[in-house]
Design a protein around this ligand. Sequence first.
Ligand code: MGD
Ligand code: MGD
Ligand code: SF4
Ligand code: MO
Length: 688
Amino acid sequence: MVRHTVCRLCSSCCPVEVHVDRGKLISANRKSFLPPEKRLVCPKLLAAPDIVYSPKRVLRPIIRNKKTGEMMEVSWEDALGFVAERLQRIKSQDGVQCVAWLRGMAADWGPPWDCANRLMNTFGSPNTIGNGSVCHVAREMAHWYVYGAMTVPMAKDSKCIVIWGKNDRNTAPGMAEAILYALDHGAKLIVIDPVRTFFGRRADIWLPIKPAHDGLLAMAMIRSIIEWNLYDRSFVESYVTGFDSLSDVAMRFSMNEVASRTCLSIDDIKKVVQLYAGTKPACIIDGNGLDMQIEVFDTTRAVAMLRALTGNLDVPGGDFIPQPIPARDLQLRSALPDDVLPITYKYSLFDNFHHNWGRHAQSCLIDSILHEDPYPIKALVVQSGNPVVTMTESGRVRKAFEKLDFMVIIDPFLNQTAKYADVILPATTGFEKTQMNRASLRNALIILQDAVIEPVGESWPDWKIVFELARVLGLGEYFPWKSAEEVIDYQLEPVGITVRDLRNNPDGIWAEPLRYEKHRIEGFRTPSGKVECLSNVLAQAGYQAVPFEKGFLKEPLSFSDIVRDAHKKNVFIGMSGERTNRYTHTQFHDITFLRRIEFEGFVEIHPDDAKILEIENFDTVRVTTSRGAIEMRARISDIVQPGMVRIAWGWGEVNPMQGVNNLTDDSVRNPVTCTPSNRSFYCRVEKV
Ligand SMILES: Nc1nc2c(c(=O)[nH]1)N[C@H]1C(S)=C(S)[C@@H](COP(=O)(O)OP(=O)(O)OC[C@H]3O[C@@H](n4cnc5c(=O)[nH]c(N)nc54)[C@H](O)[C@@H]3O)O[C@H]1N2
Ligand SMILES: Nc1nc2c(c(=O)[nH]1)N[C@H]1C(S)=C(S)[C@@H](COP(=O)(O)OP(=O)(O)OC[C@H]3O[C@@H](n4cnc5c(=O)[nH]c(N)nc54)[C@H](O)[C@@H]3O)O[C@H]1N2
Ligand code: SF4
Ligand SMILES: [Mo]
């Protein structure tokens, strides 16, 4: 039998066809607009049955004795009763705000996250925290502040594609297929990435930028586009505010200085400006290479402004402004008391930029536990995340989790974080649950993620865990729904679409027809109704109204002190490494099928540097910063530049000595979005 759903083994949310035989998942294939022979294969999806039926799945709730590490399987009733009793006790002893809920990326941002928020809202704690400060939410906020939405690059129909800090070949095969299709149809390609990626090798121009310096490049490009009169004058006159202020600030970014600081050639930057601004339509695919940088907010605002200045907003083949559906918000922020500060209080613009995104200044959780700022978090529920490995500065995270009074994990697997838990609640994987995912709510095409098999063992889907916990906590009145279908129908009622409709249309339903250039009628969803190159909201809150009006950080990478100490000898830029298409962050590293293709992670180092340090392929190297160290074997490769090492990402789950976040620094953050530099940092490298 063939069933249809949306894959959630990573956040790409590919629509897939699943072959099910007698209730068992046998295999799954991505759907695509390309004929089967041209489609990209996703190894994780090929491994779906191995993941779903992995012997390492947690099949029953577990209560863990923190002192002895002993684990005892219990019934759901006992587990939820125990959790509720401990949360209530902390609520009455310490205050409800001392309970926090942290979610990672795996269960999606849709209803599982909204329902967790609803539970915490009605329980009374404002502290439901997502990981958006290091993922795309910081960038999303930048887009919103410029033109009131996060644009979607229409690569397939584009004539010039700029890939800026993204590696779709590995992380988003649907988009990669669109790019390949456009290239086959004559599109030009510009790649801005310190690493020569798959698309970097195919690019008309590849800009191997110095990590974390993209804001400088964006400002130099804005300057050139204005100086050389390459901007879309009529669009700017009708739909842009703050152009003159942006122009004034951009004029401070001289090509010479920018080229020297970004380690790019002036000639190449000029060629990129001419190609991008001179080809219509063009789109910019920005990615996680720009996230996890201290300057993320202004950098991605400047990049967003490039889209507007060149007149590429909301045109076919350009950068599309999505048409979100009017779905009901499942959160209940109104139920929260007014007088309790959330632990993210220093980042309130980030907390509030989008009415139903929740809070995402992730590092504040650790501040609160360790420094009791503004009060101590005592109990934590971790849903669909592995923060011990994935949060910045693992040493700090571990110390914080040791200090907690109580911790619950909701996960299909026992990850490194589970070692700190008192209770482990077994969640299903994505194939075993029906839910709307956020990708389906942010635009007019709605596709259902539908359960294709029954839950494995006694695992429960996330929505059910949240609902049942709510009932045991006495909050059942806020969760009147008995099934995922009922919640989705409630949520989609204003749209006039039901789960049954979606099941009858497994390739999705357009809630409204696709429309371009919506600004001609509706304007943009910003305070002024225009594209804002200057933001009064930011100015009033004390931030830079125009990107980089107070200048670009002298040193946007962490641990610049290492440079001074070592007199520039043996100082490398460490880069958090590739997301390969085999793994999702810390997940799946014990799946034999995937392990066979990629057995271990490496530190990649340029041949010239390897020679100086007398490092050979497969030698073990140690990389250190003042925060900690990792040890991995070396791979000598010119995919990285001299002076840079790229450290494989996600292997901290397999071996704590291989966690990139042993090295990262959480002390310097973006003032608006709380983003630290997980992506790049100065470090030392030595052969062990
Ligand atoms: N297979 C797989 N797919 C995934 C994931 C996964 O773990 N595995 N994770 C999912 C998630 S949660 C996310 S957020 C997305 C992320 O997906 P992407 O946005 O594609 O993220 P990455 O592949 O980490 O990095 C993108 C590129 O940024 C480059 N880069 C690094 N530093 C810089 C810099 O300073 N400047 C510039 N210009 N480029 C830089 C890197 O070399 C890399 O080529 O992928 C999703 N899809
Ligand atoms: N240095 C550095 N740090 C980073 C990054 C980086 O590239 N470098 N990337 C950052 C980014 S973009 C992100 S998104 C984060 C990712 O951070 P996390 O979300 O913490 O990363 P994962 O390893 O994907 O952990 C997901 C967990 O969810 C579980 N899971 C899978 N499916 C489900 C489900 O349906 N329900 C539930 N309840 N659990 C499920 C998995 O078993 C796994 O334990 O890391 C961030 N941190
Ligand atoms: S890229 Fe692969 S793992 Fe990620 S959603 Fe698509 S099919 Fe699933
Ligand atoms: Mo992410």
